[in-house]
Design a protein around this ligand. Structure first.
Ligand code: EUG
Length: 533
């Protein structure tokens, strides 16, 4: 077992004993076998001395128990690392940022406290997964949809707090944007309700986000100031129908008007969902070193050659899927209107896609290609690069996920810049996913690095990742979220005015969690006593 830095064995043992009194013997975990379950199965440091590991875990059943546990942590200065379902794989899983921290495992707090169909929201505890909430809604026959990320076993609260994203409409697909009201045990041990929850007997806690005075909810996302024990989440009333369609364009520069049209349809609400931009020519070129070099170069002669290739082979340079949710006559008209706008791009072609009326039958559900688009949780996409018996024997992935502006120019530039870094450092261990429109006005680039049971390959992944963070920052791009191993690197890029934002985060940290007992190091924020190390 590894003790947290600066904590004496006697203090650690005293804290463990007190926690046993609070939650019961069986909910404090100290054996090697139990603690090993909190390792990050996708760690890019797997089996290296620096791998981030917990010292123990404690699993409370209520907010009152969380408060008592945090009080003991303060008394003995033992660092805690709260997790919800612990499934944030690709970004750190259940393992702490600071080795030796005690995992505060909230999985037992898995109550769905309320689901309201008329105002379309739920109030949940941290252990509630997307599968849990989906099943509850289905079993209750409620006409509501959840919005889920790819890992359906993830926590509704944990995902929102990490700024996770999904695939239906605004604001639901931006999970923190869709939350409404928090209950938090602060690092100092206070129990706070934000927004309207501060008003005793409030009837609008899950309805109205702002409450009264400064809006503090953001302080509890991607941070370490407290432990969120309840959260409201807005749900989408089941729409009558869904339709999608694909546009295909055939020249390199067509991505510029294509993305401008995407902005228009999103920001006017003509299409209120995420879209799916792809570059089919990149798949066609993958096997041809000459074409790959041409894609990377960006000079006029190469672009002309690629345009000719796309034309001859009839392979689109870019394609995009537009998705619409609503009454049948409305979504059909929205798709027609979108086609009319996009036909201003010479040679643009259109393909009608899926059409569904809700509720789906069980048979229809089984045939849906992208269940997450319809708010149906699954693990299918998430399992890309998961532990496998295939060669190479990947054991997971970590995501490099910078944000770029939603312009065609930024799409072209980011592909060129990141491909170049990957080629220099070894492309074999990374999958550069095309820009994804999880939010309006920006794309998230997803570069998935495969984590291997191979120390040297993982070290190369880490080197490449760190170089990508630097190169992104040189271009004005920063990460929307990151793995625990890279939290300091990504934070360092947000350096305006001598790191004024990080200094503000630290000032708040010192005030709200003065002993630094919650999630030390998360998102680059360290408690005072560990700041210089
Ligand atoms: C995905 C992956 C992410 C993320 C958001 C979405 C989906 C990939 C690895 O990180 O942050 C298909």
């Amino acid at each position: 077992m590894i003790l947290p830095r600066g904590v004496r064995q006697t203090d650690f043992d005293s804290a463990i004993a007190r926690w046993r009194e609070i939650v019961g013997e069986e909910w404090v975990f100290t054996s090697d076998a139990d603690v090993a379950l909190y390792r990050d199965a996708y760690s890019p440091l797997w089996n290296e001395p620096e791998e981030k590991v917990a010292s123990a875990a404690v699993a409370p059943d209520s907010a009152e128990q969380v408060q008592a546990i945090v009080a003991v942590a303060n008394e003995f200065r033992v660092p805690l690392y709260p997790i919800s379902t612990g499934r944030n794989l690709g970004y750190g899983g259940a393992a702490p940022v600071l080795s030796g921290s005690v995992v505060l495992d909230l999985k037992r707090m898995n109550r769905i406290l309320e689901v309201d169909e008329r105002n379309s929201y739920a109030l949940v505890e941290p252990g509630v997964s997307y599968f849990d909430l989906y099943r509850h809604i289905q079993d209750s026959g409620l006409k509501l949809w959840i919005d889920c990320p790819d890992p359906g076993w993830g926590s509704v609260i944990g995902n929102a707090l990490d700024h996770g994203v999904g695939y239906t409409m605004n604001p639901y697909r931006d999970h923190f944007d869709a939350h409404c009201g928090l209950e938090v045990v602060t690092g100092a041990g206070d129990l706070v309700r934000t927004g309207m929850g501060a008003l005793p007997g409030s009837t609008t806690w899950q309805h109205f986000k702002y409450g009264y005075g400064p809006y503090v909810d953001g302080m509890f996302s991607q941070s370490n100031l407290g432990v969120v024990t309840k959260m409201g989440i807005w749900l989408m009333p089941e729409p009558e129908a869904y339709i999608d369609g694909t546009v295909e364009v055939f020249r390199h520069d067509d991505v510029i008007p294509l993305v401008d049209h995407m902005n228009y349809v999103m920001n006017t609400g003509l299409q209120n969902a995420g879209t799916n931009l792809q570059s089919p020519i990149r798949f066609a070129a993958a096997q041809d070193p000459d074409l790959r070099a041409a894609l990377a170069s960006g000079d006029a002669a190469d672009i002309a050659r690629l345009d000719a290739f796309a034309g001859e082979r009839d392979v689109p340079f870019y394609s995009n899927i537009f998705k619409f949710y609503g009454p049948e006559e409305v979504v059909r008209a929205q798709w027609e209107s979108t086609k009319r706008r996009l036909s201003s791009i010479p040679g643009a072609r259109f393909r009608d896609g899926a059409f569904y009326r809700f509720p789906l039958t069980e048979a229809e559900k089984a045939g849906v290609r992208d269940p997450q688009d319809l708010g149906i949780p699954t693990l299918a996409t998430f399992s890309i690069g998961a532990r496998s018996n295939f060669a190479p024997a990947t054991r997971g992935h970590v995501g490099f996920s910078p944000v770029i502006p939603m312009t065609g120019e930024a799409v072209i530039e980011s592909q060129r810049v990141f491909q170049q870094v990957l080629q220099e450092f070894g492309t074999d261990t990374a999958l550069l996913v095309f820009p994804q429109s999880f939010h309006p006005r920006t794309f998230v680039i997803l570069c998935m690095f495969y984590v291997m049971p191979d120390v040297q390959m993982n070290q190369a992944v880490r080197r490449t990742f760190r170089r990508l963070v630097e190169v992104a920052a040189e271009h004005g791009w920063g990460e929307y979220r990151t793995h625990t191993e890279f939290m300091d690197d990504c934070a360092a890029a947000y350096a305006f005015n001598d790191n004024a934002l990080l200094r503000l985060h630290e000032t708040i940290k010192d005030a709200v969690d003065p002993n630094g007992v919650i999630a030390a190091g998360r998102y680059g924020i360290w408690p005072r006593h560990l700041r210089d190390a």
